[in-house]
Write a protein that binds this ligand. Structure first.
Ligand SMILES: C[S@@+](CC[C@H](N)C(=O)[O-])C[C@H]1O[C@@H](n2cnc3c(N)ncnc32)[C@H](O)[C@@H]1O
Length: 281
């Protein structure tokens, strides 16, 4: 099979997958995505992307494995604990002081450990201000898991003993930790594709962590501009431990400290009017 044929087959696969699932593989890094998918299609006993697509079309189980594979749902509570501490002591108090209602968005929230970590911090801060936490992911099945709020040891390894006592119920038989209903009910989960769905407006804090790793540079650039537009002036974007926003200052962000970017007060005009879409909520 020559390279051109592989490209044609992959193009066919991308086009068909977009129609079948709405997922635009064209916005994920092509060589990495192709390499990863090839190992998956080989494991499924298929010889090429055309055969593999036909399998996905007729076999729901295979389709679910494909979706699980491309979305990679690894997460944990308080991922980069020192940064969540900084969020609690340096970032959130400032946001709570400014707004009547603090609007938080965990974008690409996987099984929910991230938005629940924020909900725990908000509870500890015990502000009288109302707040909302919107948690979204492209993967509907992981969101069902997130709503249940049941976790294993490895997911809660960064959770202090006191927090485990305050906010989780341990099931000795199953060795699982279930998030308290008072925390669970603070988070609204919804399916949302960062590459195509409308973004909400007037957000105070956006967490988008360990999500963009397979996106193309162009897709990342558009995404960060859209986050900027989605934030209120003074609002903050919190990215993953190994990530940085390239061209942050040309978008308009100021870097507060590693992983935290602020939309300045008074400098808040979007650089590219027209990119913004209507609020999702
Ligand atoms: C590695 S997890 C990160 C979870 C959490 N943010 C963290 O840092 O622990 C990446 C998540 O991004 C989601 N994702 C991938 N592409 C996406 C897209 N286009 N829109 C929304 N979520 C997406 C995946 O489904 C997955 O749950």
């Amino acid at each position: 099979m020559d390279g051109q044929q592989v490209d044609r087959e992959y193009y066919y696969f991308m086009t068909k997958i977009k129609k079948l699932t709405g997922i635009d593989l064209g916005q994920y890094k092509s060589s990495q995505m192709q390499r990863r998918l090839k190992s998956l299609l080989n494991r499924s006993g298929m010889r090429n992307f055309v055969e593999y697509y036909k399998l996905l079309e007729r076999d729901r189980q295979a389709l679910q494995s494909f979706l699980d594979f491309i979305t990679i749902n690894v997460s944990e509570f308080f991922r980069n604990p020192d940064k969540f501490e900084e969020l609690k002591t340096n970032i959130l108090p400032g946001l709570l002081a400014r707004q009547d209602e603090v609007r938080i968005w965990s974008a690409g929230c996987a099984h929910g450990a991230e938005p629940y970590s924020v909900a725990i911090i908000m509870d500890e801060l015990a502000s009288s201000k109302p707040y909302s936490i919107w948690a979204t992911d492209i993967d509907a099945s992981i969101l069902e898991k997130a709503k249940q709020g049941v976790y294993r040891d490895v997911d809660v390894k960064n959770v202090s003993r006191q927090r485990l006592i305050n906010y989780f119920t341990y099931d000795r038989e199953a060795s699982t930790y279930t998030v308290e209903p008072s925390i669970r009910e603070r988070v609204v989960f919804e399916v949302h594709d960062l590459l195509k769905d409308p973004f909400p407006q007037d957000m105070d804090l956006i967490l988008c962590r360990n999500v963009v790793i397979y996106f193309t540079d162009e897709a990342k650039a558009v995404l960060y501009e859209r986050f900027y537009e989605s934030l209120r002036e003074g609002g903050v974007l919190f990215v993953g431990g190994t990530e940085m926003v390239f061209g942050a200052s040309s978008i308009g962000f100021e870097s507060i400290s590693p992983l935290f970017y602020r939309k300045p007060i008074g400098g808040g005009q979007p650089l590219k009017p027209g990119r913004a879409t209507s609020p999702a909520k």
